[in-house]
Each structure stands twice: as C-alpha cells, then as structure tokens.
Design a protein around this ligand. Structure first.
Ligand code: A2P
Length: 347
C-alpha cells in the first residue's frame, strides 16, 4: 500500500468531524482521497478542504468501498451500524463513540500512554472519552513513577461535549437571558447558559452516571490497571469548548511536588501552566484550540500525606477527541500497523 490513504470522515459536519478536517489539513496528513460522510440531511452540503470544495455524502452501504481509514465521530449507533461493513471492506475505523471502547477485542488508545495497544487491533480502535483522555495524559507520567492507588476527580465539562448544536444552543440561551427571555433547552436537558448541572447521562444503581463510569472503566483499561480505584463527578458548565478537571491522586508513598511538576513539564501532550505569584492557572479560554492539556495548581493534599491535588484544562474537541484520533492514525502509519495483525472477531 502507498503511504497515502483514502480516508472517510464519518460525521464530517459535526463539531469533532470539522476539527478532524482541520487537523488533517494542518498536520499534512497523507491523503490520497477524502470522503465526507454524514446523515442524509447533510447530503450535498459543501465543505472547504485544502482549497477544494468537497460535497458531503449520505452514509450508505457503498460508502466504505475503496477506503483505508474511517475517522468516525457520528455517535454510537452510527458507529455500531457501520462497523462490520467498514472492517469487512478492509478499512480501519478509529471510533470516537463509546460503542466499542470496553470491547476486549478493541484497543482503547491514547498515544502518549499506551501506543502499543494499537498494534493488536482487528479493524477498530476506540478513542477514549474526552475527560478520560485529558486526565490520562496529565497523570500517566506520575503513575509511571509511582502507581496511583486512588483517583477522585470532578469535571467541569463544556457544551462542545454534547456536539455542535449544543454549543449553538448555549449561545442562543445566553442571548435570550440577556434580553430578559426564558431560555429554551432543546439539545441539552436543562438551560446551561448562566447555569450548570450534573452530567445528564443515565444513572446506575450506585448513583453514578454513564459519563462518570466511563472515566472509571476507561482509565483502568488504558492504564492496564484493572484494580485502580476511581471516583468521578461529572458536571456540565456553560463553557463553549474546553473541559476542566480537578484531580486528587493518592499514592502509597508521599509524592514530591517538585518531581510531579518536573514530570508534567517534561511529558508529551501536557504543558505546565502555573504562576503562583499572580494566582494564574489553566483556564478553558487558554486551552481552547490548543493541542496540549494545560496542568497547574499541583500541590500537596493537606488532608493526606500521600495525596496530590492538580487542576487541568484541555480542549475537548482537540486532544479530547479529534487530535487523539488523528494521532492514532499517524501512529498506525508510522508503525505500519494499518492492516490488522490478527483476523477480526468483530466483523
Ligand atoms: P448531520 O449533520 O447530517 O446530522 P455532533 O456531535 O456535533 O452533533 O455531530 C454529529 C455528527 O454525526 C454530524 O456530522 C451528523 O451528521 C453525524 N450523524 C448523525 N447521525 C448520523 C447517521 N445516522 N449517519 C451518518 N452520520 C450521522
């Protein structure tokens, strides 16, 4: 196979799909052909890419013929609907949805953490949940030095996590409120402008929502640490497109703060942002549009001798989704891992 790929972006009109297109162009991804796929309602829509005007196509049974790589970001049901066909057509799907993340046959990959897991793919590689990716790249350098025993995390998740239409809705709600009108939620369950609410994914019997359990289960899978204790509280906040997280880590031994700062400052995909004199630490507006996860406020947990506190902000659409997917694709190319190494049990 030549080094240039025939790529389909499934969900090309969505928030993550658009970012994938921007990254394919800005990172000079080796493209032989680019196909833009979405739902039937977007068929014929025109999107500019690299100086050309491309037409969006409705996804159908012939969409994946002659395609090497599918970058999917069209929701779980769409990924589930087309996965077998994509694999049977001999293409690799890098899937942003949660559909296959916990499938033991499907690697769940963050290139800075577990790149080698991608080598064993059978045609599908899952991109983790955005909050999990952002937390993972920030804390994995510490975990490598001393295994983390327990993570307590709270998230402050932007509207972008609920898609492009949710981002528009927040802007419209803000305008409505400023004009003295009542905001009308349609995509999001409750008004988000000038408000916040606990993540609205389905709750389990223990009282945790699906988003929170993704952080628990996906972190364990990516870190290959099935016993790792994680408790998460996920909250939607009226920020447009970068998530924030406050993270408490417990180790078996005290962790030197200087060492934690040095490790994070040197780690790939992460940037240490701390100005203690000015009380300046990462903010969503600083992380928006950036590749790196911004980390700061690294401090000793005063309630526990082996505890560490930190704060991060990361662009949910970039490293939390599109960028991580593109980095996986680049990894497959660099390592010549595009073709599955074992016959697929998925298709
Ligand atoms: P469309 O714009 O035609 O609805 P977001 O997460 O920002 O809401 O984007 C979701 C993406 O998934 C959009 O590109 C959307 O296309 C696409 N999508 C939704 N349903 C389907 C479907 N049944 N088949 C293909 N693409 C879909």
């Amino acid at each position: 196979m030549s080094d240039k790929l025939r790529v389909a972006v499934l969900g090309a009109t969505g928030a993550v799909g658009k970012e994938i297109l921007e990254l394919l162009a800005s990172r000079n991804f080796p493209l032989k052909h680019l196909k833009l796929l979405a739902s039937p309602k977007s068929a014929g829509k025109e999107i500019e890419f690299g100086g050309e005007t491309l037409k969006v196509e409705a996804t159908d049974s012939s969409s994946f013929d002659d395609i090497d790589l599918v970058l999917a970001s069209a929701g779980g049901s769409t990924s589930r609907a087309w996965a077998s066909q994509i694999v049977a057509a001999g293409a690799v799907m890098i899937d942003n949805s949660s559909a296959f993340r916990m499938n033991p046959e499907v690697p769940l990959v963050v290139p800075e953490i577990n790149p080698d897991a991608a080598a064993t793919h059978q045609g599908i590689i899952a991109n983790p949940n955005c909050t999990t990716i952002l937390m993972g790249v920030a804390i994995y350098p510490l975990h490598q030095l001393q295994a983390i025993k327990r993570i307590i995390v709270a998230t402050y998740q932007s509207a972008s996590g609920a898609g492009a239409r949710a981002m528009e809705e927040v802007k419209l709600q803000a305008e409505a409120i400023l004009q003295g009108k009542k905001p009308q939620p349609e995509i999001l369950p409750y008004p988000l402008a000038f408000n916040l609410f606990p993540h609205n994914s389905p709750l389990n019997d223990a009282g945790y929502c699906e988003e929170e359990m993704k952080m628990v289960n996906e972190t364990r899978k990516i870190f290959n640490a099935p016993e790792l204790k994680v408790s998460a509280t996920c909250v939607r906040v009226p920020v447009l497109r970068a998530h924030s997280e406050t993270i408490n880590l417990e180790f078996a031994q005290p962790f030197s703060i200087k060492q934690a700062r040095d490790l994070i400052a040197a780690a790939p995909g992460v940037k240490l942002v701390e100005d203690w004199d000015k009380n300046y630490f990462p903010m969503p507006i600083d992380a928006t549009g950036k590749d790196d996860v911004l980390v700061g406020r690294i401090r000793q947990d005063i309630s526990h001798p082996c505890g560490l506190e930190l704060w991060l902000c990361g662009d949910q659409i970039r490293k939390g989704a599109a960028l991580n997917a593109i980095q996986i694709a680049e990894l497959l190319l660099e390592k010549s891992w595009l073709k599955p190494s074992v016959p697929s049990k998925i298709a």
